[in-house]
Ligand binder design. Structure first.
Ligand code: BGC
Length: 761
């Protein structure tokens, strides 16, 4: 049902997932006249070379770079030709460098020390995808806070997280750094992490400047190939990929990193449309824009710049402000700015943003910020941090299957066989992007079991490596399984086979691991058999799903990986995580996500001419939001406070959930919405709210949510964000397959939420 009249009530500009963010830190500070006056006064004293220096970031010695990249040297700092560094960490090292900047350089401008603190610093938390599986934003915020405390004590002031890319194709290795496929979950997690990193005030010694990355639509790269082009519609861009960035910006994220992929042929590092029109004007971002590593120089191979100098000019024009490790700006911008007034103004604007970031961090008054050896010693890997990491690790696991209550395992087993090389792999336990973590400090599955005070014998056989063809160890693993009372098979992919530049063409278990699993399962027939998965993406595991009674998705859980797994295996904790990505039956289903649009011929098993594969079921192996517990939950009817409402009204929705099992547990109550008829086909359902609740055995709770126009809106054919009248169906339950439903009707006129955003270029 459509209406031609669109009243000019323009509400939120972009993004459906508005969180209860406190007032944005960045805009408060930027709007601060004192800050601006101060920054302008510093700017006025700088030569063009010194200004370009502020836009230059150099890598620490030892970081892997191309041969032409200049290193951050004391001489450069002393000359006032460096604004920031990447990769220098440690209170003493950073203080030494900062002392040169603020005592010996001409204008005494402090440096920014940047690093990737992706999922913890020395205390390593679950990888972001795993943390998203907790559906617990308070937890994500607390983890980010701890990471910020440890990182700042070690001299870091600028963090390259959170990664807020939506990713729907697990072939892309960087899905592990994301919150998965859903814009709403992604937006909530983005805001939580920004708040955690930045704290209540950026000038607090334990606050880190957060970076929302990679702007934008990096997760949509074609075929899951890292660095590739993303070919996508304007509607998907605004509706799916931008909301988490808006959420991060609304939460005050101080910087944004450009993506080094491209969108419809236009690399973000070269796109003024993206960085100026969309990011600055449409999304009201007033912080700092940083390039990705070598993102400027790569404009040449992208085919949009003739040479590196041309790349520098294009990137500056586009709105890239800090050159991360390319060495392009220091080599070319000063010359350009001398002859080109527009470039001079652009350089000034960029330097202003760098200086404002430094000002907001309080570096002009306390250049050392949190860097302090004693604090570092006190907070790093503190008992409190490790305890939080363990809570996070427990909440992040997803019990995919548990036939016959195989899990939890009995503590009175005589011998437990643990099979699979990953069980002893401490580097993988930490997961990728554990830049400051130490592998020796993370508990493997075996270490966790050893520490769990179990009276049983634990025997280990590697069986097969996660990659490769070698099956020579399988026989020994089979023998171990035959002699054991219960078997835990640890399967998946090494931590270093996920993350950047780790795209995969096959999500299936490699042949050697599959053979190991099959032969061990045969040997363990009749005994409790559990598959523990360690991976950073959705895997296609149809054989395991059919043949192994219990499957626990453990991802990479960080420092307390093995301890938390032992907690779940033996029932000290009942699993509560939910999948933030859809698990496919085969790689060929990629990209697969629950919030797809319907077709004109929805699948009908009796009708060949409906949407289908002729060689595979259409449905996923495990849907988004799926995750079991050791207890069970039942849902009551979905109640909607009113059956009709105007588009600008809000509506209360509630559902009762009861713990029907015998033990206490957490459930993530999920609410999905479908706009039944609209001028543009809407997703079959989309997540609009969720809440994690703890319920004692037998207890019930009525969970209430309020929905408003922002939840109902979409981009129409003219790309205006509107709410159209008509019926909406709600689904509440334990996964995206939730079947309890109710509906309400929006009456009256179409509501205009915002005019069309900048058209794609
Ligand atoms: C990655 C970024 C990261 C940067 C600095 C790049 O290769 O794409 O996500 O922040 O390196 O380490």
């Amino acid at each position: 049902m459509l209406s031609a009249t669109i009243p000019l009530i323009f509400l939120a500009a972009c993004g459906s997932a508005r969180t209860s963010a406190s007032a944005p830190l960045a805009s408060q500070s930027t709007g601060d006249a004192v800050a601006n006056r101060f920054v302008d006064s510093v700017l006025a004293t700088l030569s063009i070379e010194e200004k370009v220096g502020q836009l230059t970031m150099s890598p620490a010695e030892g970081l892997q770079t191309g041969p032409t990249v200049p290193r951050g040297s004391s001489a450069q700092v002393r000359a006032g030709l460096l604004g920031s560094v990447i990769g220098v960490q440690g209170a003493e090292r950073t203080r030494t460098m900062q002392r040169i900047a603020v005592e010996e350089s001409p204008h005494k401008i402090p440096l920014l020390f940047s690093l990737d603190v992706i999922h913890g610093f020395r205390t390593v938390f679950p990888v972001p995808l795993a943390e998203a599986a907790s559906f617990d934003p308070e937890l994500a915020q607390a983890n980010a806070r701890i990471a910020a405390m440890e990182a700042t004590a070690n001299g870091i002031t600028w963090n390259y997280a959170p990664m807020v890319d939506i990713a729907r194709d697990s072939r892309w290795g960087r899905i592990v750094e994301s919150s998965g496929e859903d814009p709403y979950l992604g937006s909530i997690m983005a805001a939580a992490r920004v708040r955690g990193f930045q704290g209540t005030r950026l000038s607090d010694a334990s606050s880190l400047l957060a970076t929302a990355k990679h702007f934008a639509a990096y997760g949509a790269v074609e075929s899951g190939r890292d660095y590739a082009n993303a070919e996508l519609s304007e509607r998907s861009f605004y509706e799916i990929y931008l909301p988490p960035f808006q959420s991060a910006i609304d939460a005050g994220a101080g910087s944004v990193m450009a993506s080094f992929s491209s969108i419809n042929g236009s690399p973000p590092h070269a796109s003024a449309w993206l960085l100026r029109n969309v990011l600055r004007k449409q999304m009201h971002f007033d912080g700092l824009v940083v390039s990705d590593w070598a993102g400027i120089v790569e404009l040449v191979p992208h085919g949009v710049a003739r040479d590196t100098a041309d790349a520098g000019t294009i990137a500056l024009r586009a709105g890239v402000e800090v050159d991360m490790a390319d060495g392009v700006y220091p080599a070319s911008l000063a010359r350009l700015a001398r002859t080109d007034a527009a470039a001079r103004a652009e350089v000034d604007e960029a330097v202003r943003h760098v200086l404002l970031a430094k000002y907001k961090l309080g570096l002009f008054t306390n250049p050392y910020h949190g860097a302090n050896e004693a604090t570092a010693a006190r907070v790093t890997l503190s008992a409190e941090h490790l305890a939080s990491a363990r809570v996070a690790a427990r909440e992040s696991m997803v019990l995919l299957k548990n036939d016959g209550a195989t899990l939890p395992l009995s503590r009175s087993i005589g011998t437990l066989a643990v099979i699979g090389a990953l069980a002893a792999d401490d580097t993988s336990a930490m997961g990728p992007w554990s830049v400051s973590g130490h592998p020796g400090e993370s508990a493997t599955v075996l270490a966790g079991l050893a520490r769990a005070n179990l009276s049983m014998k634990v025997r280990f056989a590697a069986g097969a490596l996660p990659a490769g063809q070698d099956t020579s160890g399988v026989a020994a693993a089979v023998a171990l399984a035959r002699d054991a009372d219960a078997v835990v098979l640890v399967l998946g992919e090494s931590g270093n086979r996920t993350g950047e530049a780790e795209s995969r063409a096959a999500l299936e278990l490699p042949p050697a691991q599959l053979e190991l699993a099959k032969r061990v399962a045969r040997a363990a027939s009749g005994k409790p058999l559990v598959a523990l998965l360690m991976n950073g993406r959705a895997l296609a595991i149809p054989w395991l799903a059919d043949s192994v009674p219990a499957i626990l998705e453990t991802w990479y859980l960080g420092t307390t990986h093995g301890d938390a797994i032992a907690d779940v295996l033996f029932g000290a904790y009942a699993p509560s995580g939910k999948l933030p990505i859809t698990f496919p039956r085969a790689t060929g289903q990629m990209p697969i996500y629950y919030a797809h649009r319907n077709t004109g011929r929805p699948f009908d098993p009796k009708d060949k001419y409906t949407t289908r594969y002729n060689d595979l079921a259409l449905t996923p192996l495990f849907p988004f939001g799926h995750g079991l517990s050791y207890t069970t939950f039942a849902y009551g009817d979905v109640r909607v406070a009113k059956s009709t409402m105007r588009a600008s009204d809000s509506v209360a929705v509630s559902v009762a959930v009861t713990n029907t099992g015998k033990r206490d547990g957490d459930e993530v109550v999920q609410l999905y919405l479908r706009d039944d008829v609209a001028s543009v086909a809407r997703p079959v359902r989309q997540l609009v709210r969720f809440r994690r609740v703890h319920l004692a055995a037998g207890a019930s709770e009525t969970v209430s949510f309020t929905l408003g126009a922002g939840d109902l809106a979409f981009y129409d054919l003219g790309m205006r964000r509107i709410v159209e009248p008509g019926t909406f169906t709600l689904f509440a339950g334990t996964s995206s397959d939730a079947t309890r439903e109710a509906s309400f009707t929006v009456i009256g006129d179409t509501l205009g939420m915002s005019p069309a955003p900048p058209r794609m270029r």
